[in-house]
Design a protein around this ligand. Sequence first.
Ligand code: FES
Ligand code: FES
Length: 167
Amino acid sequence: MTRPVSSGKSAECEVSFTVNGELRTTHAFPMERLLDTLRNRLGLTGAKEGCGEGECGSCSVLLNGALVNSCLVPVLQAQAAEIVTIEGLAAGAQLDHLQEAFLKCGGAQCGICTPGMILAAHHLLHRKPDPTLEQIREGLSGNLCRCTGYIQIVEAVAEAARRRATT
Ligand code: FES
Ligand code: FES
């Protein structure tokens, strides 16, 4: 149930959703971007702001299993949703296969695109555990990188798929 906590046209509301398996409740302006709520109110700074216009994918998170640009999602749209951010992939100090593969293959340079790339790849491998290189490129097509030229990123996702198949 959403209820205003102060009067006036910009009153904040209470919002609750599950983030990385944990129920979180916070206050936010109804049209506040989910990206800002995650970063500024919940301290989850893994999702990055690149373009702020839905073009680069740096702010990607999973919302009820769908890959979304959190800079385009009003926080109230996430009420009662299940959200996964990059912080939710590692198990403590144990990195996810994708995170290890990005490290090994040099898939991260400045790192701005990396959380979104890894979440997009995670989403892809969930649907296609053994993707072709073309399917990897297609799966990452909504995520832009200005540093790597994409070759190392595609190699990293292929490497992660191989590791998943053997563990
Ligand atoms: S910051 Fe959201 S798509 Fe670029
Ligand atoms: S590593 Fe810099 S934008 Fe991708």
